[in-house]
Design a protein around this ligand. Structure first.
Ligand code: TYD
Length: 198
């Protein structure tokens, strides 16, 4: 198998961070060379972003534009890592530029400032309603509110249709989501895994 860049997307509380770790473990155990990425990163730009996400104005339109630029800058820092496509490895990313398109909203402009970001080979959307999602959130980020996440979810579902994302129901428990993810990945990566039971 050649290089593969897989991205998990979804609103806050969808359970992406738990699932990317479980998927890495599963693929590691089968002997694949797997690397995890998380956006925002732990670069100085990523640290600044995390601070700014606490600001009460975080969902305001102008603030969102500033964040959009910072997310794009943070993504540029990852570029080299993502583009070493000559190696036989699987890169799994917790978010990518599609997060900016769903959260920051100004589609054409977001596309333009992310023009140099690599498009994932596969995008999996962990879909969950905003109410359940917020009840799972424990953070203090200002994005973690129902009204805002409802709009973000709507944007994700629209994009999923247009871009052909794989959609997985993330209201299920951790084990069932993991099972569904393995099934989706196995068929797309050509993995024959005896551990997957329907
Ligand atoms: P998240 O994955 O939720 O991190 P954590 O679980 O550690 O808080 O990401 C932080 C927030 O950043 C989340 O609300 C989504 C948001 N975000 C954007 O708005 N645009 C982007 O481009 C990215 C990558 C994230």
């Amino acid at each position: 198998m050649s290089f593969m860049y897989i991205c998990l997307e979804g609103i806050d509380g969808a359970g992406k961070s738990t699932q990317v770790k479980l998927i890495k473990q599963w693929l590691d155990d089968m002997g694949y060379d797997v690397e995890l990425l998380v956006e925002p990163t732990s670069s100085p730009v990523g640290i600044l972003i995390r601070k700014m996400l606490q600001n009460p104005k975080a969902t305001d339109s102008d603030f969102q534009k500033t964040l959009g630029l910072l997310f794009a800058a943070d993504r540029m820092i990852l570029k080299d890592k993502i583009e070493k496509t000559d190696e036989k490895r699987i890169l799994i990313s917790d978010r990518c530029f599609y997060s900016s398109m769903a959260y920051q909203n100004h589609l054409e402009w977001i596309k333009e400032i992310n023009r140099f970001a690599k498009k994932p080979d596969m995008v999996i959307l962990l879909d969950i309603d905003e109410k359940t999602a917020v009840s799972r959130c424990q953070g203090t980020d200002k994005f973690e509110n129902e009204t805002f996440l409802k709009k973000v979810r709507h944007n994700y579902l629209k994009m999923a249709k247009k871009e052909g994302f794989i959609i997985i129901d993330a209201t299920n428990g951790v084990k069932l989501i993991h099972h569904d993810l393995k099934k989706a990945l196995a068929s797309n990566l050509g993995i024959c895994d005896g551990g997957i039971i329907d």
